[in-house]
Design a binder for this molecule. Structure first.
Ligand SMILES: [Zn+2]
Length: 217
């Protein structure tokens, strides 16, 4: 597995060892830089109820270049398309970022996400902190107020998301009905707390690729 960490996060990222220990196969980490500030400014979520992209103002492109992106939420599908094209590898590939990502739902609204997956995946560390805490709508409406401290085990959620992507990539399966299984589709802090490890079926499925002993919470 190849895991890119966005450059701005690389120095403070503290989960290298935990992730390496999770898998029985090698995990390679590299820093990643988005090279197109115009595109990043273009795919900003501008309206929680509409999926529309506008020509960005020059100042927005400048802000991207300087990393002044506090409160910015990106369209996760577009960001993932860009990343997938950029890295294009046959092995499972993940980008971990501090950026907030949202996807447009069938209910006609954007929802903040912890992960967006397709041929590759993007995991948002900020999304892990904020997406399950309150209604995603709250954060999109108050997108400049990401300041409060939130109690979530980021390492645990990161492992859950990596396993979900790996399951999807390898076995075309993502979610599990069992509330205690790491593949359970959790939407709230309470649901995350109930997760204990892998269920019997997924334990078997991952026996060769995941260190099950490291998985009790
Ligand atoms: Zn399961």
């Amino acid at each position: 597995m190849k895991i890119y960490i966005e450059n701005s996060l690389w120095d403070s990222f503290s989960f290298f060892e935990e992730i390496r220990k999770l898998f029985k196969f090698p995990v390679e980490f590299s820093p990643y830089v988005f090279k197109d500030p115009y595109f990043l400014a273009y795919i900003k979520v501008r309206n929680p109820n509409k999926r529309e992209f506008y020509e960005p103002f020059p100042i927005e492109v400048e802000n991207e270049k300087k990393g002044l992106i506090k409160g910015v939420i990106y369209d996760g599908v577009e960001l993932l398309k860009y990343f997938s094209r950029d890295v294009d590898t046959p092995e499972p590939t993940v980008l971990i970022t501090k950026r907030l990502i949202a996807t447009f739902g069938e209910d006609g609204r954007y929802h903040l996400r912890m992960i967006v997956m397709g041929p590759a995946a993007i995991i948002s560390l900020k999304g892990i902190l904020y997406a399950p805490a309150k209604s995603p709508q709250y954060y999109i409406m108050h997108s400049f107020g990401f300041e409060e401290k939130i109690d979530v085990d980021v390492g645990k959620v990161l492992k859950m998301l990596l396993l979900q992507f790996y399951a999807y990539f390898k076995h075309e399966e993502i979610f599990c009905e069992s509330e205690e299984c790491m593949l359970h589709n959790c939407h709230t802090m309470e649901e995350i707390k109930r997760v204990k490890g892998l269920c019997g079926r997924h334990g078997k499925m991952f026996g060769d690729s995941v260190n099950l002993r490291g998985l009790s919470f």
